[in-house]
Design a protein around this ligand. Structure first.
Ligand SMILES: [Fe+2]
Length: 392
């Protein structure tokens, strides 16, 4: 049974740790200790993991809670000479050498960070989607989002789980493209500026985005070592015919490829591709697979670039495999089975994970009216940090 949050024992971080199980015994093992818990689980804890994370003020700064005792100040032959569970449930360890003689550990912290356990405050799982996604389930009222309360929290959560959120009814101010994203973290400046404008009135064409062309779905800034994690598109006006926004989920497409097209999946997740921007005064390059996946084969990052790839430098055989896979992936990205469309209206902001959610646009006719979107980027880790802090 869960007990009250433990505040009896100091902690080496700012998280809270519910004591879900009491420590029953602690015993010495080679290079560490083993703890037996009330639910019968046995966990092992290495001597240096314990020593470095001792919450005492000599090891952990009481204000910053950062480690201030360096590993090199800790003797390499340090051993644990005694281990016990205190009457109040703290786990006490006695050291063979100083500068501190003993350390006492919060049982919730000890259990949470045991080898093999998943780290505390995990983010909720992502929800991949296809064309059946009902955008209204990730749509939020602008005044409530700006107020920063529960609706703002729900907006953050949707951006994490679904990778996309729509905010409606915002005041049509030019600076909204900085104001709302700044609630998550610093806006990231790129070679397109602190914020960028996609406007039919603009004559300068430094990107396909600044034309009337239909834009296949893509991720932005694939040429960067660290692609912007979150993208915001803010609608100031959208009176021209056409130009609806299109979105698809590369995480869902990656799963589909893995299940149905294993050759394409293998090629796109392993063959290195050079992503190179084409501009008179910048030369950004990055080499990576088209799809980066984790150990479970799930998407970490898509560099979904229909048009910013350098010439593929691969064997003839790999080039054949890559192009077959790429053609299939690009077709799937714009396939109605995967795409959700929405024509942005003035006062609406679309927010999405730029490393997962693909965005594109239907063709438009600028002779029929004005279309003015403003865009900005914030890093994905700002969102994740905020979600973890709110879990504390
Ligand atoms: Fe884009």
């Amino acid at each position: 049974m869960a007990q009250a949050q433990g505040s009896t024992w100091p902690l080496p971080d700012f998280n809270t740790y519910p004591v879900l199980h009491r420590a029953v015994t602690a015993e010495l093992i080679e290079h560490g200790i083993a703890v037996i818990w009330g639910d019968g689980v046995r966990t092992e804890h290495h001597r240096f993991v314990l020593r470095e994370n001792s919450p005492d003020p000599r090891t952990t700064h009481p204000l910053s809670r950062e480690q201030q005792l360096q590993l090199t100040e800790i003797p390499a032959d340090l051993t644990i000479v005694g281990a016990a569970v205190d009457d109040d449930g703290g786990v006490r360890v006695r050291w063979s050498a100083g500068p501190v003689a003993e350390s006492v550990y919060h049982p919730g912290w000890l259990r949470a960070w045991a080898g093999g356990a998943s780290a505390p405050n995990p983010l909720p799982p992502q929800v991949s989607w296809d064309s059946s996604l009902d955008l209204s389930t990730v749509t939020f009222d602008g005044s409530h989002v700006l107020a920063g309360g529960d609706v703002f929290d729900a907006f953050l959560l949707a951006m994490h789980t679904h990778g996309v959120a729509l905010v409606q009814g915002l005041p049509v101010d030019e600076d909204m493209i900085e104001r709302l994203p700044s609630m998550l973290g610093p806006v990231r400046t790129t070679n397109f500026g602190h914020v960028f404008d996609v406007r039919t009135k603009s004559a300068e064409v430094t990107s396909n985005a600044y034309t009337d062309l239909e834009l296949p779905v893509h991720t932005d800034l694939d040429t960067r070592e660290y692609m912007p994690g979150l993208q915001f598109l803010w609608c100031m006006a959208n009176d021209a015919t056409g130009g609806e926004s299109r979105l698809s989920d590369a995480a869902a497409i990656t799963r589909h490829l893995r299940a149905e097209h294993s050759d394409a999946y293998a090629a796109l997740t392993t063959i290195p591709v050079s992503f190179i921007n084409k501009a008179a005064d910048t030369d950004y390059r990055f080499v990576a697979p088209f799809l980066v996946v984790d150990g479970d084969g799930e998407l970490v990052e898509a560099r979904w670039s229909p048009w910013l790839r350098g010439p593929l430098q691969a064997s003839i055989g790999d080039a054949e495999r890559f192009y077959a896979g790429l053609r299939l992936a690009l077709e799937l990205g714009d396939d109605p089975r995967f795409v959700v469309s929405h024509k942005l209206a003035a006062g609406e902001m679309l927010a999405f994970d730029n490393r997962r959610i693909l965005h594109g646009r239907g063709p438009l006719d600028r002779s029929t009216g004005e279309r003015w979107l403003r865009g900005s980027y914030v890093e994905r880790e700002e969102l994740e940090s905020r979600l973890r802090v709110r879990q504390r």
